[in-house]
Design a protein around this ligand. Structure first.
Ligand SMILES: Nc1ncnc2c1ncn2[C@@H]1O[C@H](COP(=O)(O)OP(=O)(O)OP(=O)(O)O)[C@@H](O)[C@H]1O
Length: 243
């Protein structure tokens, strides 16, 4: 299913006033494709991702998956959590793995939270760890894994629920260029294979050779046309679109 962000605006309280972190963002990510979200520090990238993930309620606008409106300014926390568990996979900037669980157990826990059957969960978890290239590390705890391996486990965990939408925040920030590019390639390949609609936040445009589209946020506003196929190789345009 396609992911649609319709007029997303997020306003934070800021001292006596307010701060508009995301300002009327309209964006569609087609199923089976990866869109990279670029922009300077403080542009609102993580805020937009948090809204798309149902972790923060938008002040205005809504999130749609296919034809379903799933998140709005009035969505309850319980409903947003259910939508995330059922339909959205999230990979955070730091992998956020539980120290006491092995790689395969991290994935099984996710299935347990969703109410899945244990036997099916183990088989699926092992399959996904294999798909992300860490099958040999299934029995290891996070402390025994490299940064790249931890990130791969986090990606596999996000895919456990066969999500329609995959949201990935800065997957390469702790990795060198080579490993960073490989993690982005992995995300784009799995996105195609699972037909997810993937939005990937990145600081590092040099790792994005494999993505399908790039958009840029500047001061909370979208500043590039995501649809142009040519963006794959073209430099990222700067500046604001006309209002
Ligand atoms: N919980 C919050 N309360 C108030 N302001 C916030 C909050 N979270 C973020 N902001 C502000 O919103 C703006 C956007 O922040 P955000 O973290 O979304 O940017 P970003 O593009 O992800 O930045 P970076 O690349 O540095 O992670 C910033 O001005 C930030 O200070």
């Amino acid at each position: 299913m396609d992911l649609h962000l319709r007029g997303i605006t997020l306003v934070y309280p800021d001292g006596e006033g307010t701060l508009t972190a995301v300002d009327d963002v309209h964006l569609t990510v087609p199923a089976g494709t990866t869109t990279a979200l670029l922009g300077p520090s403080g542009a609102g990238k993580s805020s937009l991702l948090a809204v798309a993930a149902g972790l923060t309620r938008p002040t205005r606008g809504c999130v749609e998956i296919g034809d379903d409106t799933v998140l709005t300014p009035t969505t309850t926390v319980a409903r947003a959590t259910r939508v995330r568990l059922d339909r959205i996979g999230v990979v955070f900037q730091s992998p956020q793995l539980l120290a006491s669980l092995t790689a395969v157990e991290q994935l099984e826990l996710h299935a347990h939270l969703r109410g899945g059957r244990p036997a099916a969960a183990r088989a699926r978890a092992l399959e996904l760890l294999d798909a992300v290239g860490v099958a040999g590390q299934a029995g290891k705890r996070p402390a025994q894994l490299s940064g790249g391996q931890r990130q791969r486990v986090a990606i596999a965990r996000a895919l456990m629920g066969a999500p329609e939408v995959l949201l990935v925040d800065e997957p390469t920030s702790a990795l060198d260029h080579e490993r960073g590019s490989r993690v982005v390639e992995l995300v784009t390949r799995l996105t195609r294979e699972t037909s997810a609609a993937t939005l990937l936040v990145s600081h590092d445009a040099s790792t994005l050779g494999s993505v399908d589209a790039r958009v840029r946020l500047v001061d909370g506003r979208l500043a590039a046309d995501p649809a142009a196929a040519a963006v794959r190789t073209a430099p990222v345009p700067a500046g604001r679109p006309p209002r």
